[in-house]
Write a protein that binds this ligand. Structure first.
Ligand code: NAD
Length: 262
C-alpha cells in the first residue's frame, strides 16, 4: 500500500531513543523528510547518520515554550511546510502514591501534556496552509486503565482527551488527530540505568532483567513487550493518506493488555 508519505515533512519529538527513534526510521523508509527534536542532541545526530532521507535535528527541551516555537519556525523555514506532528517525547516513573513529589508531577505534565498541546497549536497554521495535516500522540494504555504511577496515568488519560478534542477541532480543515496507546515497550525507558527496570527490581527484589521479564509474563497476554517498531507501524499508518478519515481514535498496541474494549 502506498502510504502517501513521500516528501511529507514530519516532526518527531523524543526521536533520539526508543519509540521515537523507531518512528523516525519508519517515516524515513516511506520517503518522508524529518525534523527531529530531543534534549539528547548526540542521539539525534547518530540517528541522522542512519537515515537515508533529508533530516533536520535540533536540541529542544519541549517543556520550554520559546524553544518549541523556535524549533517549529526553523522546521518551516527549512522545509517550507509541516505535514505531520508526532508528539512522542516522554518518560515514566514508578513511585509511592503518598510521597510522590508534586514538582515531578508538574514536570511530567509539562513534558507529556502541555508540550503536545503547545506543539499542536504551533503546527496548526502550517496544516491549514497545506489544506492537510496529521497529528499522532504517543499516549499509553495507562491512560485507559490504571497501571502506572498516578501522574503518568492521569497525564496519559489527558493525552487521549487532548487527542479527541483536537480531532474535532481540526477535522474541518482536513487534519486528523489520533493517539497510539502502547502497552509496555522494549525501550531504554525500561532497561537504562535508574529507569523502570531498576525501579521494578527494587520493588520486587528481583534482578533487573528478571523483573522486566516477569512483568511481561504476568501482565501482558502475549507474554512479551512490544517492539518499538510495532508502535512505529501504528503511528505511521494513522498519519498516512489512506488512513486520513480515521480521527479521534486512541489505538491500543498492547499485546492484549487493556481489559476494556474502548
Ligand atoms: P525513551 O526514554 O527511550 O525515549 C524518550 C525520549 O524523549 C528520549 O530520547 C528523551 O531524551 C526524550 N525527552 C525526554 N524529555 C524531553 C524533553 N524535555 N524535550 C525533548 N525530548 C525529551 O522512552 P520511550 O519508551 O521511547 O517513550 C516514548 C514515549 O512513549 C513516551 O511518551 C512514553 O511515555 C511513551 N510510552 C512508553 C512505553 C514503554 O513501555 N516504553 C509505554 C507506553 C507509552
Amino acid at each position: 500500500m502506498d502510504l502517501g508519505l513521500k516528501d511529507r515533512v514530519v516532526i518527531v519529538t523524543g526521536a533520539a531513543s526508543g519509540i521515537g527513534k523507531a518512528i523516525s526510521i519508519a517515516y524515513a523508509k516511506e520517503g518522508a523528510k524529518l525534523a527531529l527534536a530531543d534534549i539528547n542532541l548526540e542521539g539525534l545526530k547518530n540517528l541522522q547518520k542512519e537515515l537515508q532521507t533529508e533530516v533536520y535535528v535540533e536540541k529542544v527541551d519541549i517543556t520550554n515554550a520559546d524553544a518549541c516555537k523556535t524549533f517549529v519556525d526553523n522546521v518551516a523555514n527549512k522545509f517550507g511546510k509541516i505535514d505531520v506532528l508526532v508528539n512522542n517525547a516522554g518518560t515514566a516513573l514508578m513511585g509511592d502514591m503518598e510521597t510522590f513529589p508534586e514538582e515531578v508531577f508538574r514536570k511530567h505534565a509539562e513534558l507529556m501534556m502541555y508540550a503536545p498541546v503547545r506543539l499542536t497549536n504551533l503546527c496548526i497554521p502550517y496544516f491549514k496552509k497545506n489544506g492537510w495535516g496529521s497529528v499522532v500522540n504517543t499516549a499509553s494504555i495507562f491512560g485507559k486503565q490504571p497501571g502506572g504511577l498516578i501522574s503518568y496515568d492521569t497525564i496519559k488519560a489527558a493525552d487521549i482527551m487532548i487527542t479527541k478534542d483536537y480531532s474535532a477541532y481540526c477535522a474541518p480543515f482536513n487534519v486528523n488527530v489520533n493517539a497510539v496507546c502502547p502497552g509496555p515497550v522494549d525501550t531504554p525507558l525500561w532497561h537504562a540505568d535508574g529507569q523502570l527496570g531498576d525501579q521494578l527490581a527494587s520493588a520486587t527484589g528481583m534482578d533487573k532483567e528478571a523483573a522486566i521479564d516477569w512483568f511481561a509474563k504476568t501482565n501482558i497476554p502475549m507474554g512479551r513487550y512490544a517492539k518499538p517498531e510495532e508502535i512505529a507501524t501504528a503511528t505511521v499508518f494513522l498519519s498516512s493518506v489512506p488512513a486520513h478519515y480515521i480521527t479521534g481514535v486512541a489505538l491500543n498496541v498492547d499485546g492484549g493488555m487493556v481489559k476494556c474494549c474502548f
